[in-house]
Design a protein around this ligand. Structure first.
Ligand SMILES: Nc1ncnc2c1ncn2[C@@H]1O[C@H](COP(=O)(O)OP(=O)(O)OP(=O)(O)O)[C@@H](O)[C@H]1O
Ligand SMILES: [Mg+2]
Length: 504
């Protein structure tokens, strides 16, 4: 599509309504998309962004309202039909068959056949071409479940691109990509735009929007708020429209005296990605772990939490040597981890919010006979829901039906209910909206004020510099440097984050 067709309205949704049991997800929502543009769809967690886009891609049917795609009205769209007419969606929650290969995932449901025989060779060839175009080093034969989240996300993107869509919906595509992968994605977005493709772009990483976005649609509480040219609004205006109020302090900090050492990690080694790690965590201090994706930060938290077996190393907690051979050991001694991959490690999507929060805390909420004290349990769960502003119709709601950001809050919330000595967060604000991010920072500050040692891994440089009192930088499985809040700059962090030791 070139010339006249560019700038043509290709999607128009009007007066869309959608309810789920106990939740009005969308009420009277309007949306439009032109060919050749990138439309950002913005709003807080639970605003209804994913739901609206699932309607456009045939995953859900609207209760009422009109939907016109390429000039034709659709009332009964389904995913297959949507794909046929050229609508593709990259889902926020990775939706892959973990036991299948990359190529099989890319062609799932439309396997290439050669005389009715599945042609693996053909699929792998086309998959390789798409991946090469993305300049991503993933082999078509690799099993998806063995790939890190960032690579899985690239496979999801490749899958959507392979359908030659004219309407491409990206629901938080960059939430776990490395900066190189994000650049590749932006390059692809620009070339799709030039070809006349209309792109809906959902993201909580507002700073990246300026690179690609033409217009914005903002939603709040299931309602349409406004639609504007991106350049006609300031970032503060965009945030105020999303949140319904102004956010004055994006990185709240509290001053506390640095107290005694809580945890000392000595000569920790675990596999290839955790090598000779030494650091101390103190009371009254938040330590940020910076580095590029794949630097070994997640692996370090996992080795401390007892998920992965360590090869060598010692832990000293409150002056006493500590043995951690399992997650149970870690939790028992007051060391907890809110992990990065919430679907795999952090959340039981089929269980209720109540059960998710209660499960790791049974030791606290059970009486001596091992029977759950429902009152204690409810109190604990309500506290987590209220503290983190988890948007839900109630505690009995399945965690899997929550919006992406609210799922993340449950993962964090379940650890806040207990008394801990060390709390480790791995990418705690991934997929979380601006207002809820501030809530999580408040929470980290609160833990710090309570004398708990807090460490967090984050790939968002402004967040690390804004929240951490001290920054430890890792590269290639090793600690390459340490910076105080005062001396840290983006340049210094990046230089440490790319200090590869060639000898090894
Ligand atoms: N399948 C479902 N069953 C029940 N409730 C649902 C379902 N899907 C979404 N909801 C609810 O609808 C509301 C809107 O959710 P949606 O996922 O669209 O939000 P979102 O804007 O994408 O948020 P986020 O930024 O966190 O991804 C939320 O309250 C959510 O809990
Ligand atoms: Mg969503």
């Amino acid at each position: 599509m070139v010339g006249d067709d560019v700038d043509k309205i290709i999607v128009r949704m009007e007066h869309i309504e959608k309810s789920f049991p106990g939740v009005k997800a969308l009420s009277d929502v309007n949306f439009e998309l032109k060919s050749g543009e990138v439309m950002a769809l913005l709003g807080e967690n639970g605003a209804g962004k994913s739901t609206l886009m699932k309607i456009l891609s045939g995953v859900y049917t609207a209760d009422s309202g009109k939907m016109n795609i390429f000039g034709k009205e659709y009332s009964n769209l389904n995913p297959k039909l949507a794909q046929e007419i050229g609508v593709a969606i990259i889902h926020q929650e990775l939706n892959m068959c973990r036991h299948l290969s990359v190529a099989e995932n890319i062609f799932l449901g439309r396997e290439k056949t050669n005389m009715s025989i599945l042609s693996n060779h053909e699929m792998e060839k086309v998959a390789k071409a798409i991946l090469d175009d993305l300049q991503i080093d993933i082999k078509p034969r690799e099993i998806v479940g063995n790939l890190p989240v960032s690579k899985q996300q690239m496979v999801e993107i490749a899958k959507a691109l392979s359908t030659n869509a004219k309407v491409l919906i990206m629901d938080e595509p960059t939430s776990s990509l490395t900066s190189k992968e994000i650049n590749d994605l932006f390059r692809i977005i620009h070339s799709l735009k030039d070809k006349g493709c209309g792109i809906v772009y959902i993201s909580h990483r507002l700073e990246e929007l300026k690179e690609i976005v033409d217009r914005v649609t903002i939603m709040r509480d299931g309602k349409f708020v406004c639609m504007n040219d991106f350049n006609s609004m300031t970032m503060d205006e965009i945030i105020a429209n999303m949140v319904g109020r102004e956010i004055t302090e994006k990185f709240p900090t509290v001053k506390t005296e640095k107290g005694k050492c809580v945890l000392e990690v000595k000569n920790l080694n675990a596999g290839k990605m955790v090598r000779e790690i030494n650091f101390k965590l103190y009371e009254g201090e938040i330590v940020g772990f910076a580095g590029l994706m794949g630097a070994g930060r997640t692996e370090t938290t996992r080795a401390i939490f007892g998920v992965d077996k360590k090869d060598s190393g010692e832990f000293i907690l409150d002056g006493q040597p500590l043995k951690i051979n399992s997650v149970k050991d870690a939790i028992k001694s007051g060391i907890v981890l809110a992990p990065e991959d919430r679907k795999k490690d952090g959340l039981c999507t089929k269980l209720s919010i109540r059960d998710n929060i209660a499960l790791p805390n049974l030791d606290i909420i059970c009486d001596k006979a091992g029977i759950v004290n429902r009152k204690k349990e409810t109190e604990m769960c309500n506290k987590a829901v209220n503290k983190l502003l988890i948007k839900t119709a109630g505690l009995e709601v399945d965690a899997g039906t929550l919006s992406g950001g609210n799922q993340q809050k449950v993962v964090v919330g379940k650890w806040l209910a207990r008394d801990s000595r060390v709390v480790m967060f791995d990418e705690p604000t991934r997929g979380i909206d601006v207002a809820a991010k501030v809530e999580i920072y408040h929470l980290m500050n609160k833990l710090k004020q309570d004398g708990i040692a807090v460490m967090f891994v984050s790939s968002e440089m402004p967040e690390v510099m804004g929240i951490a009192d001290r920054i430890i930088v890792m590269c290639d499985g090793k600690i390459t440097g340490e910076l105080s809040k005062e001396e840290a700059t983006q340049e210094k962090i990046l230089s440490l984050a790319t200090r590869f030791d060639k000898k090894l």
